[in-house]
Unconditional design. Sequence first.
Length: 425
Amino acid sequence: MLQLNFLREHTQEVIHRLEKRGNSNYKSLVEEAIELDKQKRDKQAETDGLLSELNKASKEIGMLMKSGDRKAADAAKAKIAEIKTSSQAMKQELTDLELRLHGVLTQIPNVPHALVPPGSTEDDNQVVETAGEIPVMSNDSKPHWELADEYNLIDFQLGVKIAGAGFPVYRGKGAKLQRALINFFLAEAEKSGYEEIIPPFLVNEDSGFGTGQLPDKEGQMYHVTEDDLYLIPTAEVPITNIYRDVILKADELPQKLCGYSPCFRREAGSYGKDVRGLNRLHQFEKVEIVQICKPEESYGLLDEMISHVKGILGKLELPYRVLRLCGGDLSFASAITYDFEVYSAAQKRWLEVSSVSNFETYQSNRLKCRFRGEEKKTALVHTLNGSAMALPRIMAALIENNQTENGIVIPEAIQTFTGFDKIDK
RNA sequence: GGAGAAGUGGCAGAGUGGUCGAAUGCACCGGUCUUGAAAACCGGCGUACUGAGAGGUACCGGGGGUUCGAAUCCCUCCUUCUCCGCCA
């Protein structure tokens, strides 16, 4: 959620910068928020004045009662009856205005950073870096879903039987490779100074709101209605919500946390080649990194997180590129996002494996996560997060790119985690 | 799941209808004293909105209600603790 005072003081700038997202609707939402805010504050002042009168009168009645002057007390009661009635009506109007304002504010996405390129589709994303050698594959190289079957690593059909499409069953060396990768990612995060967290995999509505999944993206999450809980779409949600309603000391920042979790996504509306094999799933595994920091250090830390992800991809010996997402591709809560894609040699396409974002104060304003600065005043923190990494597409690229006539070769960096250096039949 | 008890500021803990945003202690910050430290003493010490300021308003687990007035009474939900049951 954008901060109201920023919205007030930089209205035109906000409108202008939101244009990068390619949705003309935001201008009117911003203007509506400004107007509602003004009405709300006027109503607030009016209501406060009335309540002040009421409080004063109540105290006087109290004193009269104490001195035993019942008659005078009753007279005073009668006198403020009218004020009481109108204050109640006014309170109701104030509540309505607050709700409407809140409703509008939650529909306005974060303001894109100056570096974010304008544009509406993924074609407008900027490639800021490409690294690694794209392997030259023979013509009979196979996509990962065929390899997974051939080497008995993943059984997609079995998953359909047990749960449904998008819930694969990993088995044997497939399961071991997955687990090894998780441990490798966690070990890398630990080396970079992140504290490991195992969070709840279901969250309540407040948490969903705090990180921006609710109320807008309700349909993306699995909802357990019986208990009103949501299956997490990413560990970002529970981990960032650790800091909901928290005031940190300046010297406690930055906070660096990481965590492994399964991720559940309904992915309503996806179809075609995008969902083949491991490309898009309802349940997948991921290691997430999260930082909570002072505003002035967040862009430095964003670079640090980007380097962290690059380091991992380098060790996995996967060719990758880094994209700076355009306004139209930027997620709702993000100010700037860098996507990492690895090249999947047999599918001959780039697959997104990580997304690193700075949310600035957009999430912290919802979370009410602040820190106490130099002059004892509180200020909102910046929040950042990134995948490091999402498992399925890493797995897909690894087995496709490393397939040979005699099996699938495991990159050296993870051999200590797998306990084997090759997958064969 | 059943029965009972309880939820107050960073922590501990008073307060059961009326100058209570809340005693007191600890912690913390500033000062006096001291060569320095400790002790002692003095002062400060929740969050948010609003106002140029003085100040005003809201918040005592969440929500609702009674009342001129609620931390205090009522309803409801949540959480914690104790006992019983069940269980990885």
